[in-house]
Write a protein that binds this ligand. Structure first.
Ligand SMILES: [Zn+2]
Length: 206
C-alpha cells in the first residue's frame, strides 16, 4: 500500500475549489447548495447512518462522514444529517474535497461500509492522515465560503452590524466583529462561526 499525499498549498487548494465552483455553481449564490450539487449534479448518493459518529468516537476518532473508495457515495451520521445543518454541509464539502483532491489515493482501496473504512484508516500513518484531512478541510472552507464572495459579504455585514449597533448607541469594534461573524456571515453562508472565523483569518480580512 502506497499512501503518500501530494503536498498542496492553501493557494493551490483554492484553485481546486474555484474550479469546482465554476463547474457546479458558477453563480456563486450563497449558501452554496452543496447537497444539491452532490445529489443532482454529481449524481452521488448521500446515505445517513444511525450512530456512525458514536462508533468512531469509541475508537477515539472524530468522524461525521466518509466517502466510499469508488467515490460514488457519502455516508453521514444520521444525527448530524437531521439536526446539525451547518456541520452536515461542512462534512459533505469535506468529503467532496477527498474526491477532488485524493482520488489517486482512494483508488487503491476498496471500502464502502464503516468497518472496511476503519480497516483502511488503521493502515494509514497519522501524519499522512493529517495532511489529507487538512487539505479536505481547507477545500471545504473555500467551497462553502468562496474568497470573492466572502470579501463582499464581509464588507456588507460590517455596515449592517454598525447600523444595528448605532440604534442601541453602542460603539464597540469587537461587538461589531462578533455580530458579523456569529450572526450575519454564519447565517448567510450556512456554516459555523468557526469556519467563518478561519476563512476570514486565512484571507486576512481580520
Ligand atoms: Zn476526511
Amino acid at each position: 500500500m502506497q499512501f503518500s499525499p501530494i503536498i498542496k498549498t492553501a493557494q493551490q487548494i483554492n484553485y481546486d475549489a474555484e474550479s469546482f465552483l465554476s463547474t457546479y455553481h458558477p453563480s456563486l449564490f450563497i449558501p452554496i447548495p452543496i447537497e444539491d450539487i452532490i445529489e443532482l449534479q454529481m449524481k452521488m448518493d448521500i446515505i445517513s447512518i444511525p450512530g456512525l459518529k458514536d462508533s468512531f468516537e469509541k475508537m477515539g476518532l472524530e468522524i461525521d462522514a466518509f466517502i466510499s473508495s469508488d467515490l460514488k457515495s457519502i455516508s453521514v451520521d444520521r444525527y448530524i444529517y437531521e439536526n446539525r445543518l451547518n456541520r452536515y454541509r461542512f462534512s459533505l464539502a469535506h468529503e467532496i474535497g477527498h474526491k477532488i483532491l485524493h482520488e489517486y489515493l482512494y483508488v487503491q482501496f476498496k471500502f464502502n461500509v464503516r468497518d472496511q473504512w476503519i480497516k483502511v484508516l488503521n493502515q494509514i500513518p497519522i501524519s499522512e492522515r493529517q495532511i489529507v484531512e487538512w487539505q479536505a478541510d481547507e477545500f471545504a472552507g473555500l467551497v462553502l465560503v468562496p474568497r470573492l464572495v466572502l470579501k463582499n459579504e464581509y464588507e456588507i455585514a460590517i455596515k449592517e452590524a454598525e447600523t444595528i449597533l448605532k440604534k442601541s448607541f453602542e460603539d464597540n469594534q469587537s461587538l461589531v466583529e462578533n455580530i458579523v461573524i456569529e450572526y450575519l456571515l454564519t447565517e448567510k453562508f450556512n456554516v459555523s462561526k468557526y469556519v467563518i472565523r478561519r476563512r476570514l483569518e486565512n484571507d486576512q480580512l481580520i
